[in-house]
Write a protein of this length. Structure first.
Length: 514
């Protein structure tokens, strides 16, 4: 019952919009208009190209990162993940400016499908890298040693690539699903996509019925593409969530494979960060507008932090609540993993428009719940609760069962056991889930655009709304400020991780000497 309740909360906005759209479809006899039907195949083609490109680079990069002792490995991974936490339209603006520096031929070449794919590829590839790295890390040291004895490092890499292929494919498909519902790069490069058509129907035409039908159609198409792979892979993913090896793998340094790994990460950093920043730096050389950018940041900072922290708290409550109800039940774990991935792949407009529909039907006294900043937090938290679900299932599943058995033998009260034993064990995973969801929610423009109260927009949304009309120097200053903040947070996370590892190692050496 608890699992069913949380899954109902996660999918409630989508079902709400679907129940509202189906009578419209039945009365009108038509599902889609002609213009949306024309752009839907091109959007799906974009997602397919992004999935192939991100899988082709991210899978070997993640496996090499797990098996090879790459130089400056943590900083390579940190730089690669920056595009994942920054709104995609910022990188599109950078690439657009960089193409303008090279001339009209380059600008014309990037206009349309190529430019959008070039932006989305480095943004989705870090997700594939992280999943491939995690999948490769579930292998034990004895398994890799056996593969290396059988055929050397090449054999170990090939078997590890095969082992990590399925989870990486799911990550690539999920990333492609997110790109299909992202209108940002298409707006910059003049590419008509399904997401931009939905926003046009809702914002420009004020046709909520049409936007609802388009969102429902996009969700159905995305679900039909990703569902077979997700549900076939859910049992294996549910098992791998519990993987915790006692003898970890040993990294080696083969010059050829280490060079290949550094090369793959360099491609991602070059296309995802270096080139866009060079493009953004062009207008800054002619004079920046950082004072006005700081004014925008100060005006929207409180709302941005509110949306991020609220989304993180709601996602943690839903994700770890679901993990608590699932416990160690295998069937419930499989269902929860499949549902989490399916919810994560739904377009952002589906849930946001569902909440809009609920808000229009609700009485005035419900404004605090359905027409406020809390509404934005709830929508973002529900959308990204899948991240907290997976981290919660892993944290709860890897907790030794002997702890609960010992507590039962000694008659420890359940409340005391949860407070003294379970909660301290879950704190690192809760913290990681909170910050991951907060960063992802901050980069989400579509949900905030559709649901934010007047005068309470987030910082990325302010950049998105002024990028077409504001001076180039102001837009470039706003972009640099956001990218610098994201990079600073990632750098702080890396330094904190290194410091904690140093203290842990020092403590272990002290215990050995004693």
């Amino acid at each position: 019952m608890g699992v069913a309740l949380i899954l109902a909360i996660q999918t409630a906005p989508a079902w709400m919009l679907a129940c509202r759209a189906l009578p419209w479809i039945a009365s009108s006899g038509s599902f889609l208009e002609t213009s949306f039907s024309k752009v839907l195949p091109s959007s799906l083609l974009t997602g397919l190209l992004v999935a192939v490109a991100s899988l082709g680079i991210g899978l070997p990069a993640g496996v090499l990162f797990a098996l090879e002792a790459l130089p400056m490995r943590r900083w390579l991974l940190a730089l690669t993940t920056v595009p994942l936490l920054v709104p995609s339209f910022l990188w599109a603006l950078g690439w657009s400016e960089f193409a303008a520096m090279l001339g009209p031929r380059v600008t014309n070449a990037l206009t349309g499908l190529l430019g959008v794919t070039l932006i989305f590829g480095p943004s989705v590839a870090p997700l594939v890298v992280l999943v491939a790295y995690r999948a490769a890390s579930t292998l034990s040291g004895s398994q890799l040693d056996a593969a290396r004895l059988a055929g050397g490092e090449t054999t170990a890499l090939l078997y590890t690539l095969r082992h990590a292929a399925l989870p990486s494919l799911i990550a690539a498909l999920l990333g492609a699903a997110l790109t299909v519902s992202d209108p940002g790069p298409g707006q910059v490069f003049g590419f008509r996509s399904a997401a931009s058509e939905i926003l046009t129907s809702f914002s420009a035409r004020n046709d909520f019925e049409l936007a609802a039908r388009q969102s429902l159609a996009l969700a159905i198409v995305v679900f039909l593409v990703t569902a077979p792979v997700v549900f076939l892979a859910a049992p294996r993913l549910a098992v791998e969530i519990l993987a915790q090896q006692t003898r970890t793998l040993q990294r080696v340094r083969e010059p050829i494979y280490a060079g290949l790994g550094v090369g793959l990460f360099s491609v991602l950093i070059l296309t995802g960060i270096a080139v866009p920043i060079c493009g953004i730096g062009g207008p800054l050389l002619r004079g920046g507008s950082f004072m006005r950018a700081f004014e925008v940041a100060s005006r929207t900072g409180i709302d941005t932090l509110c949306y991020a922290s609220g989304a993180g708290a709601i996602a943690v409550a839903l994700g770890f609540g679901l993990a608590f109800f699932v416990g160690r039940e295998r069937k419930l774990r499989i269902v929860s993993v499949a549902a989490a991935i399916a919810v994560f792949s739904l377009p952002a407009t589906l849930g946001a428009l569902g909440i809009v529909e609920l808000g229009t039907q609700a009485p005035a006294w419900a404004d605090t719940l359905l027409r406020s900043r809390g509404t934005v937090c709830a929508s973002l938290g529900i959308r990204y609760s899948s991240v907290a679900v997976l981290l919660g299932l892993h944290a709860w599943g890897t907790m030794p069962q002997s702890w609960s058995l010992a507590a039962s033998i000694h008659a420890v009260p359940p409340a005391k056991f949860l407070a003294r034993v379970v909660f301290p064990h879950l704190v690192p995973s809760i913290t990681a889930a909170f910050f991951c969801v907060a960063l992802l929610a901050t980069a989400d423009v579509t949900t905030v655009l559709l649901l934010h109260p007047p005068g309470q927009s987030s910082y990325p949304l302010s950049v998105f709304t002024v990028m077409a009309n504001a001076p180039e120097s102001l837009v470039a200053s706003l972009c640099v400020l956001y990218i610098a903040a994201a990079a600073a947070m990632i750098a702080a996370a890396v330094l904190i991780f290194q410091a904690s590892e140093y203290l842990r190692t020092k403590h272990a050496h002290g215990q050995e000497s004693v």
